[in-house]
Ligand binder design. Structure first.
Ligand code: FDA
Length: 515
């Protein structure tokens, strides 16, 4: 029996000795010979790009039902030389929560889907949320208890709390309340020794690093304590679509300078995409807004700040905050809010995304050029989320997320496809890389910044020196996500995980004093 096999047996032995469940462990361990292995493996994967025969599957998936199981998984894996991928919602854009890019190591997945309790304290306006819960579950649970509070996090309800808050996390209340990670009060983390730490026992620097430094690097987050934020009983949304002949370029140009300066209660994002109308292919920009107030006030604000959009009373849809979460997730609020609880089961599409931050308004001629690229056969969409307001009032170093004052908006380039063939894949990748190249003169420089939760391996990956990720090489991609904060993140990593146990292709490398 080979050494690898011996280690695996000893690993399993360690796990079985330390993890007992009343169900006989069938709900905790999934080995490839288990009939539920494939469906559980696929259950939260969102990107089909990483589901093929060339991808090495995990030796084992562990789905803890108790915090002590998470601790035992870390201790047993480390003792026996197995690496761990941590998965909460499985939405990682590059699949790093469930695959190894070069397929060189044997790994196991610790999947937190069973740890998804949400405990809302309405009196204090706080909640403890376990990492395996989704954003939709959190929003739903809040709405069951109260209509006075919401939580400022992402738009897609199936995104996992564990990865999302680890990388920042933003949605429609970004301008009023900042990122999800800006609203964290405490956390429970299992570190590389298998110890369970909370805010006071982990040290200020680790508590800083885990709120935006990206998932994986420091340990396994078991739960977050978050601050809920007040929302009014009635909010207003609108979607106004405009095509080229309706002056899209002028509108987008104006939007760039006013959207980050609008009242903090108002967020207007743009989704630019290709549509067919009257048998003709054209570009459409959708101006999609959430206002934390009633229609009358919104109409007044729009008349003063953005009259060119021609927003009228009839464009308003007044609703509760939870209905607005449905509206942004499903383009309608006329469905039951239980839809927020649907975690999805199987991946159905392939996609690739990239991101940018814009600091100076893009000239009209450049906007025209960019929009013309959306008319390509293989084009995707461009999503622009305005910053400003609260984001300007949090310093670049307050958390690892450095994209604060001075950023007008974030751009996400996103292309998706459903047919599996090499030509489609190549054409889609060519489109997204080309538009990214074309945008270079107009976006942030030194570094050209990116958002860690829109993970992009084109920016670079870790290189190992003597089995440990190189800090110098890591700076290539790390400073794009974290700018000057990358060094501090790496120093914290050296303190809490010097052997680089919690590793992936873009985990923070350790920086040792004297390096
Ligand atoms: P997943 O489980 O794949 O984890 C992501 C990363 O975090 C991995 O590296 C993983 O190992 C690590 N990790 C996961 N759980 C951990 C834990 N408990 N402890 C430590 N590390 C952990 N973002 C945004 O800001 N606003 C938005 O509106 C959206 N919308 C959106 C829609 C869709 C369809 C997708 C696919 C993605 C988004 N995102 C987003 C991006 C999203 O925030 C990002 O992918 C998150 O990292 C996903 O977290 P999950 O837990 O779902 O992913």
């Amino acid at each position: 029996i080979s050494l690898a096999n011996q280690n695996y047996q000893s690993f399993l032995h360690c796990l079985y000795n330390n993890i007992q469940s009343s169900e006989g462990n069938s709900d905790i361990f999934y080995t490839p010979s288990n009939s539920n292995y494939t469906s559980f493996y696929l259950s939260s994967i969102r990107n089909l790009r990483f589901v093929n025969s060339a991808t090495t599957k995990p030796l084992l998936i562990i789905a803890p039902t108790n915090v002590s199981h998470v601790q035992a998984s870390v201790v047993c894996a480390r003792e026996n030389g197995f690496s761990i991928r941590v998965r909460s919602g499985g939405h990682d854009y590059e699949g790093l929560s469930y695959r190894e890019v070069d397929n060189s190591r044997q790994f196991v997945i610790v999947d937190l889907a069973n740890l998804r309790e949400i405990d809302i304290d309405v009196t204090r306006g706080t909640a403890w949320v376990q990492a395996g819960a989704t954003l939709g579950e959190l929003y739903y649970k809040i709405s069951i208890k109260t209509n006075l509070y919401g939580f400022p996090a992402g738009i897609c309800p199936t995104v996992g709390i564990g990865g999302h808050i680890s990388g920042g996390g933003f949605g429609t209340m970004l301008r009023k309340y900042g990122l999800a990670s800006d609203n964290v009060l405490d956390a429970l983390l299992v570190d590389s020794n298998g110890d369970l730490l909370h805010k006071d026992s982990m040290g200020e620097d680790l508590f800083w690093a885990m709120r935006g430094g990206g998932g994986t690097s420091y340990g396994i987050v078991v739960s977050w304590k978050v601050k809920l934020v007040p929302v009014p009983p009635i909010v207003t949304v609108f979607t106004i679509n405009r095509v080229m002949k309706e002056g899209v370029i002028d509108l987008m140009s104006k939007w760039q300078s006013i959207a980050p300066r609008l009242h903090e209660d108002l967020l207007i994002r743009i989704v630019a995409q290709q549509i067919y109308e009257g048998g003709e292919r054209q570009v459409q920009a959708g101006f999609n807004a959430l206002f934390l107030g009633e229609c009358v006030q919104l109409v007044e604000l729009m008349e003063t700040d953005f009259p060119e959009l021609g927003m009228r009373r009839q464009d308003c849809k007044e609703m509760s905050w939870i209905e607005s979460a449905l509206y942004f997730a499903f383009y309608t609020s006329d469905i039951s809010k239980e839809a927020l609880l649907d975690r999805g089961t199987e991946p159905y599409r392939y996609f690739k995304a990239k991101s940018d931050f814009v600091k100076e308004p893009i000239p009209k001629s450049a906007l025209e050029k960019v929009l013309s690229l959306i008319l390509d056969d293989n084009a995707g969409v461009i999503i622009m989320d305005p910053y400003g307001a609260k984001m300007d009032n949090i310093s670049e170093t307050a958390t690892p997320f450095p994209h604060r004052k001075g950023n007008l908006y974030n751009i996400q380039y996103f292309t998706e496809w459903t047919q599996h063939d090499t030509t489609t894949y190549e054409e889609r990748m060519r489109w997204i890389r080309n538009i990214y190249d074309e945008m270079e003169p107009y976006v942030s420089t030194n570094p050209r910044a990116a958002y860690i939760n829109y993970r992009d391996l084109d920016l670079g990956i870790n290189e190992l020196v003597d089995g440990i990720s190189s800090y110098e090489k890591g700076r290539i991609w790390g400073e794009k996500y974290f700018k000057g904060n990358f060094e501090k993140l790496a120093l914290v990593k050296a303190r809490v995980d010097p052997s680089d146990f919690f590793w992936n292709e873009q985990s923070v490398p350790p920086l040792f004093a004297g390096d």
